[in-house]
Design a protein around this ligand. Structure first.
Ligand code: SAH
Ligand code: MG
Length: 210
């Protein structure tokens, strides 16, 4: 990975340790050149989008970065992962879109990363394009995580990748839903596991369904 882009990723605010970010970037570097786009669910301030988008630039494709930018449950006031300076004083709501845009500008990736600002299920209802890589890192509650899996996983192209973040086999390490959707993918027979780094799981489609 280009050192200056890697520095931009590490400087960005968010929830992606460097070793997992590099693994994410390496997964994205294996998509076909000039092929289908990639899509991530859950961008926050753009950290994972830099790891993925810098690969999209090299592979002559784009990353769609989907987020309503209002934060997940655990980012709201009073929750563990709340950052008070990300509340828009005008609306009283979380707003990570300005920092997301700044991160992508600083990384020089505005041409390779397209922000989709909206609710995942709403965008998903109208989505038809196959994906070379799908990264699931949105809402981590049972309902949003399983809904993202059901809505988006069917779009992963033959031979394409499904990458899931915050997969914790031991409940002591974190919440269950990302682990549950990882298990669903493995039990479907449609995916095989290629790599595990920290809580990141890189799967590849080897058959139909999900
Ligand atoms: N990938 C990021 C972290 C994502 S945090 C990083 O590398 O730092 C999870 C994000 O998912 C939050 O920004 C939140 O706004 C978004 N999110 C949660 N539920 C969502 C939904 N239903 N639709 C769209 N975005 C959602
Ligand atoms: Mg995450």
């Amino acid at each position: 990975m280009d050192p200056s882009v890697q520095a931009a990723a590490e400087a960005a605010r968010g929830f992606m340790p460097p070793d997992e970010g590099i693994a994410l970037h390496q997964a994205a570097m294996s998509v076909p050149v000039g092929g289908y786009p990639m899509l991530e669910i859950g961008s926050y301030c753009g950290k994972s989008a830099v790891y993925l988008g810098s690969a999209a630039a090299v592979r002559d494709t784009v990353l769609f970065a989907l987020d309503h930018h209002r934060g997940s449950e655990e980012n709201q006031p009073g929750w563990e992962w709340h950052e008070p300076d990300l509340v828009d004083a005008g609306t009283g709501r979380m707003d990570t879109l300005p920092l997301f845009r700044r991160t992508l500008f600083d990384a020089g990736l505005e041409a390779s990363v397209v922000a989709l600002v909206g609710e995942s299920s709403v965008v998903g209802r109208h989505w038809t394009t196959p994906l070379s890589l799908l990264f699931i890192d949105g809402g981590h509650g049972a309902e949003p995580a399983h809904r993202d899996y059901q809505t988006w996983t069917p779009h992963v192209a033959d031979g394409g990748q499904l990458v899931i973040h915050d997969v914790f086999p031991d409940p002591a390490d974190g919440g269950r839903p990302p682990f549950e959707i990882y298990c669903r993918a493995m039990e479907s027979g449609a995916f095989t596991e290629e790599r595990a780094v920290g809580s990141l799981r890189v799967l590849r489609r080897v058959g139909p369904g999900c």
